[in-house]
Design a protein around this ligand. Sequence first.
Ligand code: CO
Length: 216
Amino acid sequence: MNDREKAYRQIFDNNRRWVAQMRAGREDYFDHLAEGQSPDYLYIGCADSRVPANDIMGLEPGEVFVHRNIANLVVNTDMNAQGVIQYAVEVLHVKDIIVCGHYGCGGVKAAMKPADMGLLNGWLREIRDVYRMHVGELHGIEDEETRYKRLIELNVMEQCVNVIKTASVQKHWLKHGYPVVHGWVFDLHDGLLKDLEVPFEDMMNRVQQLYRLDPE
Ligand code: CO
């Protein structure tokens, strides 16, 4: 077995160790896990391997419903993201939806550079659109690193708006007062989460002036 194969095999050893850990002091842990899920949170984050949703939130299996893609985008025509949101809201009744970006995001960085990225062009165009919407503010920032960080934050906020545009979120919030949508940024340098304190109700009101999907 070469080193690569050994590393691969190691995953199954890790898995057995993890099973033992989870069952320590609670023999029926996996019986409970198999019964069903009722997470309070939907987390939408970047696919970046350095930003593992459960770990950074300190949550166990069953506590957070997760959707990840490059640069944590919520694209209005993406059946995957839209399906996840609808299921999380209508079936799981999540109380909070979190869009979590991260400083040092390669997807956002790629969108800041003029280059043909093939299949990714259409995906990264979503971030370029965010740039265009805030071009005045962004061009006013001279330091490139600061501008990059700001685009990461603005992208998170814009994806929060995209979550709010969905019919299931609008209807549920008007009827039950949840889910509430939050925007976060994770910092790879210190591991800390920053809540961008997006003005959720204000965003919801503004979105509903143009995109209202709840008929009542
Ligand atoms: Co990223």
